[in-house]
Design a protein around this ligand. Structure first.
Ligand code: NAD
Length: 427
């Protein structure tokens, strides 16, 4: 076949958006992997174009009787290996471009874990903390109704992400079910347990961060007992990961969320902090300035907030030996290079935070079979899959002498593009 077949369509306009955006970070990551894709490299353009992107208007009647419009997105980046899978984010800075990048990272992540899914992501540009519970429910239901033509248990399965939770998933499942006329529990994951949710799902992403972090620490000879941990983002992912590190003897010395920073070199009581957090004021307490967080001496840095947080300047000053990407896309490509030059190991998002989507997969499977597993069974299966996936990635990194990130992309892109090649192009 002609090896220019995939290069004939002109680059899409969305590939030329803001210079340092999550989407351009993603494109740079794909470019780095292309030389290792061998005969599959001819298909690599597939990864640079989202398959489908939907922009929806979400009008709701507010409690005061006024009507407000919010912009929402659902992007299906790639469906070559199965239905779309990816979270829904409510945040004032959500954009189409950010959603594209997050969907693309889901494609890489599901393939890196060898789950039978593609990659998708959704978002609504809104400050959910400024809405009442009634307004939040209306927003969720109208958004779900607008995207219902492209989601479904066999098509695309949303899950929680930043500022969405099991309740939001329950509203989505109910709205979709009302439209199709039957209870379709498999349309979302991360649901409440009594609606077909899975044990272990809430803490699965943080658990995966811990499991991959523990493996990486042992590879570089870093003892978890007494290791100093700094955590940016203390929501679902950051708090569960921090708790597991603390349980295994590490000392959490710094935490930062969107409201402030806590630093205590003697160690922060993570469990008590997460139990007593104010839902709208975060970690509270005495706040140090933001910059101090990045300078706090630590061995392990967990990035569990948002994209683009690890800038070149921060990469130059961090004292961590190991960086764990709980968040999606937290490290800018230039910062990645600086960390590599400084011999700081990065466990990349596309494997580090894959625990959530893996247990979402378990939830989806359990919903289809209406047979539910115990939490021990789920955690054991999760740990095995994550350790095994990381082992293969590490072997690839050692083989080519490349970073764990590029190695994850080599394995994931190989699987995605192999599926693309075998399926062939329609028509
Ligand atoms: P969350 O809403 O529960 O928590 C987000 C945390 O980040 C909060 O503590 C918030 O205060 C903090 N934060 C936001 N902006 C910040 C800023 N500018 N500086 C410092 N802290 C800031 O969200 P989550 O579900 O824990 O997701 C966190 C990250 O992990 C996101 O990148 C998300 O895409 C990724 N992720 C989540 C899951 C999951 O299962 N929830 C799975 C994979 C990846």
């Amino acid at each position: 076949m002609d090896n220019t077949a995939e290069k004939t369509s002109p680059p899409l306009s969305y590939a030329r958006l803001a210079a340092q955006s999550p989407w351009t970070t993603y494109l740079a990551q794909v470019d780095r992997v292309t030389p290792y894709l061998k005969n599959l490299a001819r298909w690599v353009e597939t990864l640079k174009h989202p398959k489908r992107a939907m922009i929806v208007d979400v009008p709701i009647e507010m409690d005061d009787g006024s009507v407000r419009h919010f912009e929402g997105f659902r992007v299906q980046h790639n469906l070559s290996r199965g239905p779309g899978k990816g979270g829904l984010r409510f945040h004032p800075q959500v954009t189409l471009e950010e959603t594209m990048a997050l969907a693309a990272w889901m494609t890489i992540k599901t393939a890196a874990m060898d789950l039978p899914f593609g990659g998708a992501k959704g978002g609504v540009r809104v400050d959910p903390f400024a809405l009442s519970p009634t307004e939040l429910e209306k927003l969720t239901r109208r958004y779900t109704s607008e995207i219902s033509i492209i989601i479904g248990p066999q098509k695309d399965i949303p899950a929680p992400d930043v500022n969405t939770n099991a309740q939001v998933m329950a509203w989505m499942m109910d709205t979709y079910s009302m439209q199709v006329g039957f209870t379709a529990s498999g349309v979302v994951t991360g649901k409440p347990l009594h609606l077909g949710g899975s044990l272990g799902r809430v803490k699965a992403t943080g658990r995966g961060v811990f499991v991959t972090g523990r493996t990486a620490a042992s590879r570089i000879g870093l003892d978890l007992n007494g290791a100093r941990v700094a955590v940016q983002g203390f929501g679902n992912v950051g708090s569960s990961a921090a708790e597991l590190f603390a349980v295994h003897g590490a000392k959490v010395v710094a935490i930062q969320d969107q409201w402030g920073t806590l630093i205590d070199e003697g160690g922060i009581d993570v469990r008590s902090l997460s139990q007593n957090m104010h839902p709208e004021k975060g970690i509270g307490g005495s706040h140090a300035n933001n910059h101090a967080f990045w300078e706090t001496p630590c061995d392990i840095l967990i990035l569990a907030a948002l994209e683009s947080q690890m800038t070149p300047a921060r990469a130059r000053i961090t004292t961590a030996k190991l960086v764990l990407e709980g968040a999606n896309g937290p490290t800018l490509p230039e910062a990645d290079d600086i960390l590599a030059d400084r011999n700081i190991l990065v466990v990349p998002d596309v494997i580090c935070n894959a625990g959530g989507v893996t247990v979402s997969y378990f939830e989806w499977v359990q919903d289809f079979s209406s047979f539910f597993w115990s939490e021990d069974e789920i955690n054991a299966r999760l740990d095995t899959l994550m350790v095994e996936s990381l082992r293969k990635i590490w072997a690839c990194a050692d083989h080519y002498k490349i970073s764990l990130r590029t190695a994850t992309y080599v394995i994931a892109c190989g699987r995605i593009l192999d599926a693309r090649q075998v399926r062939g192009l329609y028509p």
